[in-house]
Design a protein around this ligand. Structure first.
Ligand code: MG
Length: 374
């Protein structure tokens, strides 16, 4: 089914299709099919129990990787529609972008990467691609989800030159220094808008950061002052939400305006033009600066808060213990995760660990190390 009313520089159909040819879907577009396959995957369901910043059992209201991914898709789709880009493709990339994340958020990823340093490393973007290309076992005719090229390239946000060289067509752009589609560029920045804002909200909810601290961050304080002036008697919870929604609104508007300007200036006529142009989906310089300020606040005040660090340290111990236990003795692995060849032992263990939810990893650690648990 052709996409209607898309800009000439939007992805309307998949130029390079799927690795394994399939009959066209009858009632959906190819990218709707991709989105649907992602939603039906096991890795997508596991996002519900994977940490964004706070470990799942720390509270029911914090973002998880699942709700984070849904927020990314929401922001991405709104902007895509406004810019006449392919909303379905943005949604598919957004929902899949974190499928390869380990349990315990960045702490988990760093630790698994450290464990894998002699075996090619571990990188969550690459793992997300591995999930959709190889690891999902659902379809009769192929491994993985057999997604369209444009969805796969959007999932692979970053990648080392070394890895890119081994990835075939999806790695080419890193070697040629080309850009991905505007839809992929957009999903990437929608991710950033989502996490900066929801981390502010979760940070405040957790009590690890305070409104007074955040009042030093310009992007936040400007909206906070507005809200407090307009609604002097509003409860703190609503003040926070009003402020965060206004921040998201400002970022989205800035991104749309700057991107429209960039598109006007570069005047791409096709997706191929987009690939050789500089990045076109972008914030204004002023907004980039405000964003940097907010990110650096979150890094020092929230992500490195001693209580977050304690949880990170515990998580890293769990990941490292599991990795070493399984690589030392692969007979401890459930048979479906056992390596097929000796040379694939570490990667098989990394795939098993990366697929775990937080609570599964905690339980598995107990089953392996606690004498009273089996
Ligand atoms: Mg993300």
């Amino acid at each position: 089914m052709p996409e209607l009313q898309l800009a000439p520089y939007a992805v309307s159909v998949s130029a390079r299709g799927r690795k394994i040819a399939e009959p066209a879907p009858s009632a959906r577009s190819e990218f709707q099919r991709d989105r649907d396959r992602i939603i039906h995957s096991g890795a997508f369901r596991r996002l519900e129990y994977k940490t964004q910043v706070f470990v799942n059992h720390e509270g029911d209201l914090f973002r998880t990787r699942l709700t984070h991914s849904i927020e990314v898709a929401q922001i991405g789709r709104s902007i895509a529609r406004r810019l006449a880009l392919n909303e379905d493709l943005v949604e598919a990339i957004s929902l899949a972008h974190d499928l390869g994340h380990t349990p315990f958020g960045h702490a988990g990823q760093e630790e698994l990467n450290a464990c894998m340093k002699d075996y090619g490393g571990f990188e969550h973007n690459l793992q997300s691609l591995r999930v959709v290309d190889v690891l999902e076992e659902r379809y009769a005719e192929f491994d993985g989800l057999n997604l369209c090229f444009e969805t796969r390239e959007g999932i692979l946000k970053h990648c080392s030159q070394e890895n890119a060289a081994q990835l075939g067509e999806v790695g080419e752009r890193f070697l040629n220094n080309h850009r991905p589609s505007l839809e992929a560029q957009l999903a990437n920045l929608a991710d950033e808008i989502a996490y900066n804002n929801h981390d502010v909200d979760d940070g405040l909810r957790s009590g690890l950061v305070t409104l007074e601290q955040l009042a030093t961050v310009r992007l936040f304080s400007e909206h906070l002052d507005e809200v407090r002036t307009s609604y002097p008697d509003l409860s703190e919870r609503r003040v926070v939400h009003e402020t965060v929604r206004r921040m998201i609104g400002t970022l989205v508007t800035d991104l749309i305006e700057q991107t429209e300007l960039n598109i006007q200036t570069q005047a791409p006529q096709s997706v191929d033009d987009v690939r050789v142009a500089p990045p076109l989906v972008a914030f204004s310089e002023g907004m980039r600066e405000l964003n940097r300020e907010l990110k650096s606040f979150l890094r020092t005040q929230l992500y490195r808060h001693y209580r977050v660090m304690r949880m990170s340290a515990k998580s890293q111990r769990i990941i490292s213990d599991l990795f070493h236990a399984f690589t030392d003795d692969p007979r401890l692995l459930p048979p479906q995760f056992a390596p097929t060849e000796e040379s694939k032992r570490a990667r098989a263990v990394a795939d098993y660990i990366a697929g775990m939810t937080d609570r599964y990893a905690i339980r598995e650690h107990r089953r392996i190390f606690a004498i009273e648990d089996l």
